[in-house]
Design a binder for this molecule. Sequence first.
Ligand SMILES: Nc1ncnc2c1ncn2[C@@H]1O[C@H](COP(=O)(O)OP(=O)(O)OP(=O)(O)O)[C@@H](O)[C@H]1O
Length: 231
Amino acid sequence: MNDKLTLKNISKNYKDKEVLHSINLEFEHGLYGLLGPNGAGKTTLLNIMVGILEKSCGTIEWNGNDIFHNPEEYRSGIGFLPQHLDFYHNFTGEQFLEYMSKLKEVDSTEVNRVLNVMNLESVRFKKISSYSGGMKQRLGIAQAILGSPKLLVLDEPTVGLDLEERAHFKKYLKELSNESIVILSTHIVSDVEEVSDYVIFLKNGQIQKQIANDQLSHLEELYLSVQEEEC
Ligand SMILES: Nc1ncnc2c1ncn2[C@@H]1O[C@H](COP(=O)(O)OP(=O)(O)OP(=O)(O)O)[C@@H](O)[C@H]1O
C-alpha cells in the first residue's frame, strides 16, 4: 500500500499573526518541491508536518489516521533535515551517524550506506568541527536518510552544496521517492525543476499553485508569475 500524508486546513499563528492560512495538501510516493520566497512559511509548514511545532488549527493524517493518536509511531518513520541543524562538534562524522542510528533504531550498517551516498567516506573519522559548511550540510542530509524513511522532509537541503553534489543528491532523492514521500523546500527554482514530480508554490502562508511534472517546463517563468499575482 502506498503511504499517504494529508494536511487538512492547517493554520498557524505566532501570537496574533497568522502565517499559515488553511493549508490543504495530499502527498503520496514521489518527490515534492515546496517552492516559495523567504518568509513564505515553508519552515513553519515543514516543522508542523514533522511534529516539532504545534499547529493552531487543522489535522494531519498518516494513511487516514490522525497523527495525534500515535505521534511516536508517525515520527519514527520520518527523516528530517531542519533548516539549522546543530551538531556535537567533538564527534567525528561517523560517531555522529552511529549515535543518530541508535536514536532512530536503524541498523548500524546504514551508517556506511549513508556515508557513501553523501560522499563523506573520506572524512568519516574527522571531527565535525573541522568540516566545511557543505560537509556539515551533507552530514545533516546523511542523518535524515538513515533507514530510508517513509517520509523524508528536507528544509533547504541544497544550501552549501556545489553543482556536482546537488546533481548527485537529487538523483538519490529521485530513487528514494519511488518508495517514499520526499518533500524538499527551497527558494531556488533549479532545485526542484527536472527532479520533482510535483511543485507546490507557497507565498504569504498560502498555497498559490500545485503543479505536476508534465507541466514543469518554464518553471522559472511560472514561479515569477505566481509571485506577481498578488502584487
Ligand atoms: N518563532 C516565530 N515567531 C514569530 N514569527 C515567526 C516565527 N517563526 C517564523 N515567523 C514568521 O513566520 C513567517 C514564515 O516564516 P518561515 O520561516 O516559516 O518562512 P520560510 O518560507 O521558511 O522563510 P525562510 O526561507 O526565510 O526561512 C515569517 O513572516 C516569519 O517572520
